[in-house]
Design a protein around this ligand. Sequence first.
Ligand code: ZN
Ligand code: FE
Length: 256
Amino acid sequence: MPHIIPIPALKDNYIWMLINSDNQHVAIVDPSEAQPVIDYMNQENLTPVAILITHHHWDHVGGIPDLVANYSVPVYTPATETVKFSTNLVTEGDKIELTELDIVLNVLDVPGHTAGAVAYYNEELVFSGDTLFTAGCGRMFEGTPKQMHHSLTKFKSLPDNTLLYCGHEYTEANLSFAGTVEPSNPDIQARLHEVQKLRKSGKPTIPSTLALEKKTNPFLRCEVDSVVQSASTHSGQTLTDSTQVFAAIRQWKDDF
Ligand code: ZN
Ligand code: FE
């Protein structure tokens, strides 16, 4: 497995670098900016082999033009979204073989944040873009609650020990919302303390694991009694199915 490091970019974005330190090759996930990536590759003497894009938002694709001007690399982008300089359109079921990194990544369609968003995963990790966040999920800019909720169930079906790499450092704020939805969930409070410590020392709170997300992320807990109760109380309706619960807490978070 390559090792994975974040390059912080813009205000709170992470550009993920998958590095094979045996041969100095790297794949780049969601380069919001080019310069910090180029600087890092120069400093570490790395050669890029691929750019992987989760969705078309500018804070995930902004670095592509300057990267492809400097390096000849394939740019994998969601099949139903328009991203300049794309070379390979990908959709669910596709496999991306990165031979220099000795890994294969699978593609999942995860619409909701944007209409064509994708995630990249293998048996150990997943790059979720802005669809599933640590302790939260993305806003629904182009999708319906039904689509987004269905996309989140796809993440939930990955193994518990899967490492979750998302596009932004939002964990602390997300956990404070999670604690509002579930004030008596001790796992949320414990995680919040951990995350606050990390942030105080300037460290990333990502990756997380899907196991931890299932215990602390309200958007993955729409069937859990405490979340159903809380969403029903907050919305003033008796919510029964998990898509309704999801829609209610997503709306709650938008207003939070
Ligand atoms: Zn986005
Ligand atoms: Fe973003």
